[in-house]
Design a protein around this ligand. Sequence first.
Ligand code: NDP
Ligand code: MG
Length: 382
Amino acid sequence: MSEAKKVVLLGATGSIGESALRVLRAHPHRLQLVGISAHSDAQGLFAIAEEFGVKDLCLSEKVSEVPPAPGNATLRRGPRGLEELAALHEADITLVAVVGSAGLLPTLAAIQGGNDVILANKEALVVGGKFVMEAAREAGVRILPADSEHNAVFQCLQGVPEHDVDRIILTASGGPFREFSLEQMASVTSEEALAHPNWSMGPKITVDSATMANKGLELIEAHWLFGLPAERLDVVIHPPSLVHSLVRLVDGCVLAQLTPPSMTFALQHALLYPDRASGVDKSLDFSEPLDLSFAPPDLQRFPCLRLAREAMQTEGIAPTVFNAANEIAVDAFLRNRIGFLDIPAIIEATLNDTQHRDPKNIEEILSADSEARRLAMEKLRD
Ligand code: NDP
Ligand code: MG
């Protein structure tokens, strides 16, 4: 067998981090963890470092009091430290599993450092997709999707020529409020939004799933990963989360990828690609009846999905602004400062107040991101 792939895992203490560690534990001869980051959870980071014998660490939040790193490990600090770790020379592949647009710069750093990238973080592509994809092409590195829908599409597309693809159809569970009226949604609490029926995930993406902003972000992510225009990207509601997405070909045949709802399948696929090995979770059991129902989404009850699609069609900085306003609004909702339906209202108002333009470089993306955050913060106070 060839040498183990050397992996840097950014966001090791999160929900994706935890699933990725389960895959790494199961395949010690194929995968070796060489770098890990957390934002502020020093204890969690050091425990992982000890278990896997990792020597390159980073705490991306500059907290003042940190206990000493275990053994002779190097502890980097702050966002710059995270970029350095992302580009770790010794690594073959960098798995970006931090949350939010904080994923953008380390993703670019990993690419520029010549590491292949596995993206769980979708915000990097939503915010700066054009520049991330360009950088990857220039550096000749591979971007593999770990988001379950995009990983499913990637798998379905193996061996399919580009001109044979008609549409990509992303599946969505519909979240905990799939059948709620707008009146009911007006009074839901953050606890209710955090109780996802199928997936156990970090708080931000769980709220994004409840508003369906997550599926909107994923449409934009799919646009950059697979190069299809907005009108050839669809969303379908599939409550059991067994079919992770669909690809319809020009002849009408539809390809799908199915697993139970666990992120280890997509993560293992991306980590071992192009090889395969036994999975860490049980596959589907066809001796039991399986529900494979599909229904169209309701854009009226889920305005975040409509707003994301509009931002995707507007292009330029609109997706960056959508994402920034969403991050601010979700954070405020999680702190019980605003209601659930204020999330789309803040996104829409921020998009309306933005002077739309085409960003020429990553600096213009970063300034659009901060301007949108400032605008969205003002709306919180309105
Ligand atoms: P979590 O909130 O569970 O974990 C986030 C991780 O990133 C933690 O390690 C956290 O460190 C770190 N982190 C938090 N803020 C920052 C920051 N500003 N800069 C750098 N690192 C930071 O998130 P998830 O694992 O759920 O999600 C991670 C990404 O993967 C998101 O982009 C999400 O959309 C995507 N994704 C997640 C799925 C899931 O099933 N969870 C499915 C598909 C995609 P600390 O612990 O110290 O706070
Ligand atoms: Mg997803």
